[in-house]
Design a protein around this ligand. Structure first.
Ligand code: AMP
Length: 396
């Protein structure tokens, strides 16, 4: 796979699609700059090799047009500090002023465009909008792995206007290299740990993983749909009634594929969705009415940890419980610790998807797993074997 390092960018204006969709607080200050940090190697590479940089990104979910709270102007100060140079900003993407500023860029300079999603054409993959954006550079780089599964104007359509002058950025390349370790010939035993709130959002990844994995560990709210489908009593736990049949089918498919499925034998239950609710430990299929499972129990945690310690490839997506609440975080924390232990013994561990990444960060374990992917949806779709439009557009 070729990257920006394989091209001569001396004297060129390089237009980079980055993922600067960072969380901001009510004062519009960045609360987690991971995504900005992840894009710096590509930007610095271009600057130190005689190029100039035009950055474009989306931020948040603006509805119909510009909204101050989603302006990328909030990032300029921080970006200026990260890059140790004055980052220019223009409050539009395709205005005359925007084109004037990008065409006047000198080598070593950086211009940030306003939020791409202030234009509805961005998400529609509008070709005319993509063609306009393309005028900002002589070379196009896609370094936004988090949006690579979207066929938007700036992530895929735009690449048509850069025949022979386009590449992956260093982050995107690193993501693809790491995901390939899981997709192509993973070391066995391969365990997938899938958790989080809903079965519906994870069914397709589970089904696609079955031919590849040795064990499937299920945790989080989604467990209770499986347990209810098997005839268990789950009280007021989170349930997706429409998915009871699907859950049973998945369990049958797993059995046919020889995959060992772990569901939480016991749970920590609470009488309200509240950190300070009354709580107790029970078998997961004997949850009384009025109570809900909010974390996996001690037995389940021990079983999951044993399986993980014996695994040589691990994929983790989704927490084991409501880890945001102190009283229901133990299962997620202990599973994270077991993944770290397995990694120390030589296993390859890939963590991806918003909440498992948040959990790894919460317990400061980011540097103790093999790779933390920046793309939740994009990572899952890639592992499922789908073609990502943002990747295909560069390879074309
Ligand atoms: P997802 O986005 O589907 O990966 O879900 C992540 C969310 O699931 C987190 O915010 C967790 O708090 C929540 N979650 C995990 N376990 C449970 C549970 N047992 N009941 C309700 N919510 C849960």
């Amino acid at each position: 796979m070729s990257t920006i390092k394989d091209f001569n960018i001396q004297g060129k204006r390089v237009l980079i699609r980055v993922d600067f969709n960072v969380p901001l607080n009510s004062d519009l200050l960045i609360t987690d700059d991971t995504r900005i940090q992840a894009a710096l190697p590509t930007i610095n590479h271009i600057l130190s090799n005689g190029g100039s940089v035009v950055l474009m990104s989306h931020l948040g979910r603006p509805k119909t047009g510009p909204e101050a709270k989603f302006s990328l102007s909030s990032l300029v100060k921080h970006l200026t500090i990260c890059l140790s140079l004055d980052v220019k900003f223009v409050d539009d993407c395709i205005s005359d002023q925007a084109f004037e500023m990008s065409s006047n860029l000198k080598a070593g300079e950086v211009l940030l465009l306003e939020n791409l999603r202030f234009y509805p054409q961005e998400k529609k993959g509008d070709a005319a909008f993509a063609e306009q954006l393309a005028k900002h550079g002589e070379f196009y780089v896609n370094d936004a792995f988090g949006t690579a599964h979207r066929a938007h104007a700036s992530t895929s359509v735009i690449a048509n206007y850069f025949e022979g002058n386009k590449s992956f950025g260093l982050l995107m390349n690193k993501e693809l290299e790491n995901l390939q370790k899981v997709v192509e010939g993973p070391k066995k035993p391969f365990t997938a740990v899938i958790g989080g709130a809903k079965v519906s959002s994870k069914i397709s990844i589970i089904e696609n993983l079955l031919p590849k994995i040795s064990s499937l560990i299920i945790g989080g709210g989604m467990s209770y749909t499986f347990i209810k489908a098997m005839g268990g009593k789950v009280g007021n736990s989170l349930i997706e009634e429409d998915y009871l049949d699907t859950a049973l089918k998945v369990l049958n498919k797993a059995e046919e594929a020889g995959v060992r499925v772990f569901l939480p034998e016991d749970s920590v239950i609470a009488d309200a969705f509240d950190n300070h609710a009354n709580r107790k430990s029970v078998l997961s299929d004997e949850i009384p009415d009025g109570w809900m499972g909010l974390d996996i129990g001690i037995e389940a945690t021990a079983q999951y940890a044993t399986c993980l310690r014996e695994s040589r490839t691990i994929l983790w997506n989704g927490p084991m419980g409501v880890f945001e609440m102190e009283n229901f975080e133990t299962g997620t924390h202990e599973v994270a610790n077991a993944i770290v232990e397995a990694t120390e013994r030589g296993a390859y561990s890939l963590v991806g998807g918003g909440d498992s990444v948040a959990a790894v960060n919460k317990y400061n374990l980011k540097d103790h797993v093999s790779y933390v992917s920046t793309g939740g949806g994009a990572m899952l779709e890639y592992i499922e074997g789908k073609t990502l439009p943002g990747v295909a557009a560069i390879l074309d």
